[in-house]
Ligand binder design. Structure first.
Ligand code: G3D
Length: 176
């Protein structure tokens, strides 16, 4: 499966979207979706969704909370990944630690060396949402000194900040 996917996506920009369940990934995709959902739930026993945003950009979406067993499959997607978008629920203080651990795991994959990262502090419309600097601190972003990363606030529900965020992702890919 991996080999076929790798070949298929070779000519497109592959953006991998990850985050804990409930971070807002589906809502975000729904908001930005212009293409069609190409593939959902392959038969390997976990949910992965692939979405063709336009002719050149393919999003692969993963829920990564507590799913360590799926890590063996990430590599097929991360191999050609040009940017990682990591979505966090900025209003969910209780799960920040879990998000931090999950992000650390992904970034430790050797395919992620030199891949730019965009952290989206989602649900910024909620009154108790953390600011980007709070989220950044909670995720210990300062420890990624060697990597290229950015953090932006957004509200997938209201559609706020998404356009800017994905323009920045495109820039990060361009500059990489
Ligand atoms: P996931 O795909 O990452 O698992 P979902 O997350 O997109 O399913 O979102 C989980 C819940 O968070 C949904 O609420 C969704 O409406 C809500 N949500 C997503 N983005 C935002 C946001 O920007 N602001 C607010 N206020 N809520 C958001 P339900 O109630 O359907 O579970």
């Amino acid at each position: 499966m991996g080999h076929m996917l790798s070949k298929k996506f070779l000519k497109t920009q592959q953006v991998v979207l990850m985050g804990l369940d409930s971070a807002g990934k589906s809502t975000l995709l729904y908001r930005i979706q212009r293409g069609v959902v190409m593939q959902t739930s392959p038969t390997v026993g976990f949910n992965v969704l692939t979405l063709e945003l336009d002719k050149k950009t393919v999003f692969t979406v993963w829920d990564i909370g507590g799913q360590g067993s799926m890590r063996a499959y990430w590599k097929y997607y991360l191999e050609n990944c040009e940017a990682l978008v990591f979505v966090v629920d900025a209003s969910d203080r209780a799960r920040m630690e879990e998000a931090k651990t999950a992000l650390k795991k992904v970034l430790s994959d050797h395919n992620m060396t030199d891949i730019p990262l965009m952290v989206l502090a989602n649900k910024s419309d909620l009154p108790d949402a953390m600011t980007v600097s709070e989220v950044s601190k909670q995720l210990d972003m300062d420890s990624y000194k060697n990597g290229v990363w950015e953090i932006q606030a957004c509200s997938a529900l209201k559609g706020l900040g998404l356009q800017q965020a994905f323009q920045s992702v495109a820039k990060l890919i361009q500059n990489n």
